[in-house]
Ligand binder design. Structure first.
Ligand code: 13P
Length: 285
C-alpha cells in the first residue's frame, strides 16, 4: 500500500524531474496533500519530522492514519511515508511502525560516526524494503525547533557516505536552509553536479520553500530528484486561517477553522508540482 522511494526516484532521475516531499502536521494536511496529488496523478512523499510525529501521537498513529486515508480516499498514486531528519532511535521506531522510507540525519556526528550509524539504519531498513536518505554537511535554518548553521557538504565526504553505506538517496547541504530565507539562497550547482556524477544517487534538496523557481529548475538539471517543502504550506495555510478568523467572529467549529486553509494548501501543491514536472512522466512508473 505504501511504496519506498526506489522506483519513483529512479524514474525522476532518468527523466529529469523531481518528486515533491511535503511535510505533514495533522490529519487534515495529510488528506489535502493526498487528494491533490491524486487529482494531479502525481506520486508524493509524505515527510514526518519527529516533532510532528509526537504531535500526532507517535509513528504508529501516523502510519495508521496515512494507511487509513489511502484506503478510505481510494488513493492509487505511489505514496511514500518518510521520516524527516530522524534520529537513530526515531528511525528504528518508524521502521517498526511501518514507514516505507526514513531519513537518518547524522549530520551533527563526525563523518566516521555518521557513516557507521547510517550503515546500521540501512541494514535494518533494507531488511524490510525500506529506503534510506542520509545527510552530509549541515542544512541551515530551523525546523521544528531544531536549528543548525549552514555548512556546505564536501564532495569527498558525500562520496564516502554514499559508497560506504548503500543509502538510496542523499541530501547534501549545498546552500539551502529550512524556514524563511534571508536574501537569495546561494546554491552550489557545480558541487551538486559533481556529487551527482560521483555518487549516481538521486539527490534531495531540503529547504525547498522560498527558493526561486529558476533555481529549482536548475537544481533538477543538476541531479535533484526530491524537493522538500514544509514552510510554504504552513505560511499559506496560516494566512487563510487568519483571514477566516478575522472575517468570521462567530465561527467556532474546528473543522471550519482548520479547513479554511484547504484551498490555499491545494493551490500551493499544484503550483509546486507544475514546477517540478512530476505529473508528466509519472505514467512510466
Ligand atoms: P522548508 O522549511 O524550506 O519548507 O524545508 C522543508 C524541509 O527541508 C524538510 O526537511
Amino acid at each position: 500500500m505504501l511504496e519506498n522511494t526506489k522506483k519513483i526516484l529512479e524514474d525522476a532521475k532518468m527523466h529529469h524531474y523531481a518528486i515533491p516531499h511535503f511535510n505533514i502536521n495533522n490529519l487534515e494536511w495529510t488528506k489535502y496533500i493526498l487528494e491533490e496529488c491524486q487529482e494531479l496523478n502525481n506520486p508524493v512523499i509524505l515527510g514526518v519530522s519527529e516533532g510532528a510525529s509526537k504531535y500526532m501521537g507517535g509513528f504508529y498513529a501516523v502510519a495508521m492514519m496515512v494507511k487509513g486515508l489511502i484506503k478510505d480516499l481510494n488513493i492509487t498514486i505511489p505514496v511514500v511515508l518518510h521520516v524527516d531528519h530522524g534520529t537513530y532511535e526515531g528511525c528504528k521506531k518508524a521502521i517498526e511502525a511501518g514507514f516505507s522510507s526514513v531519513m537518518f540525519d547524522g549530520s551533527k556526528l563526525s563523518l566516521e560516526e555518521n557513516i557507521a550509524k547510517t550503515k546500521e539504519i540501512v541494514a535494518l531498513a533494507h531488511a524490510k524494503n525500506i529506503t534510506v536518505e542520509a545527510e552530509i554537511g549541515h542544512i541551515g535554518g530551523e525546523e521544528d525547533g531544531v536549528a543548525d548553521t549552514l555548512a556546505y557538504a564536501k564532495v569527498e565526504d558525500a562520496v564516502r557516505l554514499a559508497k560506504e553505506t548503500e543509502i538510496d538517496l542523499l541530501a547534501p547541504a549545498l546552500g539551502s536552509v529550512h524556514g524563511i530565507y534571508k536574501g537569495e539562497p546561494k546554491l552550489d550547482f557545480d558541487r551538486m553536479m559533481e556529487i551527482k556524477k560521483l555518487t549516481n544517487l538521486p539527490l534531495v534538496l531540503h529547504g525547498g520553500s522560498g527558493i526561486p523557481d529558476d533555481m529549482i529548475k536548475k537544481a533538477i538539471e543538476c541531479g535533484i530528484c526530491k524537493l522538500n517543502i514544509n514552510t510554504e504550506l504552513q505560511i499559506v495555510w496560516a494566512q487563510a486561517v487568519r483571514e477566516k478568523l478575522n472575517n468570521d467572529q462567530e465561527v467556532y467549529d474546528p473543522r471550519k477553522i482548520i479547513g479554511a486553509g484547504q484551498t490555499a494548501i491545494k493551490q500551493a501543491i499544484k503550483e509546486k508540482i507544475e514546477l517540478l514536472n512530476s505529473t508528466k512522466t509519472n505514467n512510466n512508473i
